[in-house]
Write a protein that binds this ligand. Structure first.
Ligand code: CIR
Length: 253
C-alpha cells in the first residue's frame, strides 16, 4: 500500500520540454487540467499528495519520477541523464528529506533516471537507456544489495525508459509491451500483453486498489479489468507529447 505521493505542477516553460515524439507542442492549459485530474485520481486511491510548486527553470520538472527512487526505508536521489534536467534533484531533495532519514545519492559519472527503475516486490530492475548509464545502474545495484534487495540490470533496445514498456501491478503480474513481451528476465511473471497500437498504455500505475491507465486504450483496459483490477482512466495527451507517462508524474511510496 502507498501512503504518500509527491507531484510537481507543470510551469509555463513546460511547452519547451524535451521530446522525441512528433505529436506537436503541448497546450499548457490542457496540461494543467490533466495534472489536476491526476492529483484527484491519486486522492481517490487514498494517498496523500504533496504538491511542489512549478519551476520554469526546469521545463520537464513535472516528471518527478526521474529524480528519485523511493523504498519504505530509504531514498535514493538520482542523477538525471539529461543535462537540462539534472538540477531538478536540488528541488526534490528537501521534499524527500521531509519523509526520509536515510538517503543515498547516485554520483557522476553515473547517471540514472527514476523512469528506468521498476520494483517488483524485493527485486529491482534497472534499465540501461539514453539516460541511465552502466555506472549509474551499478551504483544503484550496490545500494539496493546493501539494503537486501535483489537488482538486475537490463539493456533497453527501443524504449525510452524501462517503465515506458512495463508496469508491475502486484500479485506477480506485469503489464508488458514491445521488447519486454518475450524478455527472459520477465518470463516468470504473469503477463498482461499490450498490443503494438496501444503501446503507450504499458505505462500504467497500480495505486492501492486501483490501476490508473491513460484514456483511449480499450484493449489494455479490458485486459487489466479481466485480470481483476479496478481502473481509472486519465487523459494524458499533453504529457505524452513530451514522452511522459502516468508513472513519470509522481513519486509513490
Ligand atoms: C524527458 O525527456 O526527460 C521528459 N520530457 C519525459 C520524461 C518522462 N519520464 C519518465 O518516463 N519517467
Amino acid at each position: 500500500m502507498f501512503k504518500n505521493t509527491i507531484v510537481k505542477t507543470p510551469g509555463e516553460s513546460y511547452i519547451n520540454g524535451l521530446t522525441t515524439s512528433d505529436l506537436g507542442s503541448p497546450i499548457l492549459e490542457k496540461a494543467l487540467e490533466q495534472h489536476e485530474a491526476y492529483i484527484k485520481a491519486l486522492k481517490i486511491c487514498g494517498v496523500e499528495v504533496m504538491i511542489l510548486p512549478s519551476n520554469n527553470e526546469f521545463p520537464d520538472s513535472t516528471f518527478v519520477e526521474d529524480t528519485a527512487v523511493l523504498t519504505p526505508n530509504f531514498a535514493v536521489i538520482s542523477n538525471p541523464g539529461a543535462l537540462s534536467r539534472n538540477g531538478e534533484i536540488h528541488e526534490m531533495e528537501p521534499a524527500v528529506k521531509s519523509f526520509y532519514e536515510k538517503i543515498y545519492y547516485i554520483k557522476s559519472p553515473g547517471t540514472l533516471d527514476g523512469g528506468d527503475i521498476l520494483q517488483i516486490e524485493d527485486h529491482f530492475y534497472i534499465g540501461l537507456s539514453a539516460r541511465t548509464n552502466l555506472e549509474g545502474a551499478e551504483q544503484l545495484k550496490q545500494i539496493l544489495e546493501l539494503e537486501d534487495y535483489k537488482a538486475t540490470i537490463i539493456q533497453l533496445d527501443k524504449f525510452f525508459h524501462l517503465k515506458t514498456g512495463i508496469a508491475y501491478l502486484g500479485d506477480q503480474t506485469v503489464v508488458v509491451a514491445g521488447e519486454f513481451i518475450d524478455h527472459p528476465d520477465f518470463n516468470t511473471y504473469s503477463k498482461i500483453i499490450v498490443p503494438p497500437e496501444e503501446e503507450y498504455a504499458a505505462n500504467c500505475i497500480r495505486v492501492n486498489d486501483f490501476v490508473i491507465l491513460p484514456a483511449g486504450y480499450p484493449i489494455t483496459k479490458q485486459r487489466i479489468n479481466e485480470a481483476g483490477y479496478q481502473t481509472i482512466e486519465l487523459d494524458m495527451t499533453e504529457f505524452r507529447k513530451l514522452d511522459g507517462g502516468l508513472s513519470c508524474l509522481s513519486l509513490r511510496f
